[in-house]
Design a protein around this ligand. Sequence first.
Ligand code: FUC
Length: 790
Amino acid sequence: MLFRFLKTFLLVIFFIRISFSVYSQKTDKQNSLTLWYDSPAKDWMTQALPIGNGYLGVMFFGDPAEERLQFSEGSLWAGGKGANEEYNFGLRKDAYKTLPKVRELLAQGKLAEADKLASSEMTGIIHEKKENTPSSDFGAQQTMGDLYVSVSHTGEVKNYRRELDISTATGKVTYEVGKEKFERTYFGNYPSRVMVYNFKSTSAETYSIRFSTPHKKEYEKFEKNQYIFGGSLKDNKQEFETTYRIDTDGKVSYDAGIVTVKNARKVILIHTASTDYTYQFPTYKGNDYKKINQQVIAAVAGKGETILQAEQQKDYKNLFDRVSLNLGTDNTNSLPTDKRQIAYFKGTPDPGFEVLYFQYGRYLMISSTRPGTMPMSLQGKWNDSTNPPWANDYHTNINIQMLYWPAEVTNLSECYLPLSDFTKSIVEPGKLAAKEFFGTRGWTVNTMLNAYGYTSPGWSFPWGFYPGGAGWLSQHLWEHYVFTNDVNYLKNTAYPIMKEASLFWIDYLTKGKSGFLVSSPSYSPEHGGISTGASMDHQIAWDVLSNTILASKVLNTDTDFSKEAQKVRDQIQPPQIGRWGQLQEWNEDVDDSTNKHRHVSHLFALHPGNQISPTATPEFAKAARVTLNARGDEGTGWSLAWKVNFWARLQDGNRAYSLFKRILRPVGDKTENMMNGGGSYSNLLCAHPPFQLDGNMGSTAGIAEMLLQSQAGVIELLPALPDSWPTGEIKGLKARGNVTVDEQWKDGKLVSATLVSGNSGKQKVKLGTKTLEVDLVQGQQKVISVDLFQ
Ligand code: FUC
């Protein structure tokens, strides 16, 4: 008996020692897909590290004395009808009646007068700030609050390390105090809808846990080792609840909102939260959030941290491991990431750092957008404020689309579905906006979009005016089909929405002076004023009509409608080349060659559209190049990222790469810079500045675009490989047609590519200027060696 006891005791001791020594071995190995630091984060935006489970975005700081776990839930939104009964999705009754007059003034060249009239009659209505309202009844996405966990140890902290391993989606903080060792492990578990925060120590400690929120407390309680906080937003009374279960070997007590755990070597919080929000127009209320939390907590009742972690690993790795990138180095990761970023900026070549940034985008996507969650907003799911920049909303004139660019091509198709659901949810209010402001059928959204169906033009003119949003969002619906070949999705979800977006353009376009169909009034996002015939509108209309025509063919439906759409599409004003060889941003040749504006919207046709390409339309591609050269290589975070994608489409890998390097530039500035402040913070979140996640996502997509393209019905291998990546391998990218592609290259040249298709058929594959056709058999590997192209 004694012997057995001793044996168990020794095993436990051995296990504890192993867990700590395993950790230090890993430190030595310096996992190349890890961000790590030798001090705690002091600042949320630039230093704290993001984790998440799709629903919740959490930032951890790693202060040894008191951990701060700041969290946000995607559907916690101020504003809407709850904030103001008069809120009406921004609609302005009969605004479309002003349209003929605005068009007439524009046709007469009276731009200022047209602007004035449209500004007063065609701007969406919001109701200004009231007490406790962050930004009018448009609202803003909200932080939920912070969990603070303090630990009783005193004394000097040694061997400190804070890290985020993106290959396992695990955050860690380790340090020593005297002889005692401390280790915290954090991760988000999507299948069980919980966050897990695990505090371990070799010494027995007292832990104290409190929740702090800027929102109103409705109730707070602690029962059966479970803390529950019910709250509501002050402006719109939106309700939410957050709760965690404690697993510990210590003694737990609760008093006045503070949970104390004494004599503990292990404290694990299993945390969840939800709100009463649903996609139910017009109320957006009714989610039984308390029941959801109860179900979540009940479902994890038998699951400890180990099971939850095993579940999380299976779920996460199933997505993350689909794509690997190796740029031919040993990927040393011996410097803390902030110092590594500076060394890289100063010129130390570090392809492993570039791989880390590429994969970070995929990590952030898996952590913040999963089926059933809200889509990512400007900051993904990470927001610490009640009044975040641009309301942390869903901007549709570049931002929300860029956030989702990597989804299909980097093999994370499922992560797109929240945007698909959200898009579906805004069709109804979007139809009202189309009718009221433009007098058309179909649906539209404009620049700013909230969680409460605000689809009207912005609240100011002209920046908020942007009828192109719905057409652009429809591109993603189509691309999801094209990448997955999921005909049911196309039929039941995508096509009906695309068709409605097309109807908008069929009705809105009018005959211009040249005889072509033009958009009027139109606006090139956040640049210049309104006019007749901004190029981006035409390109978006062309895109959505083209895709809808293709979709109707695939589905063998709506032949008459398709013919009508084709007739309209073919009459749209084509892109134009201006006096200095540039692709014109507007109908008139007025582009200023010295202008450095961050938006380059008139190149939509090059990327993400496919109307312009170096092979099919070389003259337009040349003009796009002239435009890009004139705009220059500076910009905000997302602007740089878009330029990476543009240059990749122009097949200039070196230029794309030099722009990508700019995105990795260290930035400390958190204040708004609309021109040239783009880069990345030391936590590698992209700086607009301030922080916006679109730059991260656009960069990840841009790298994929440099290595593989398929927008023209041909799989193009290594279309824009930069000289700086002479040797490498990428596995698991997706090409349109549901084809998974691996590529290996050496000395700047392809060695071989391996294709696996979800369906059998012929496929064109291109390398340089040579194209060949291969037969693909569903599920079977097809290895294409470079010799085949000779
Ligand atoms: C668009 C951009 C800004 C910013 C904002 C969130 O309006 O022009 O640069 O990214 O979205």
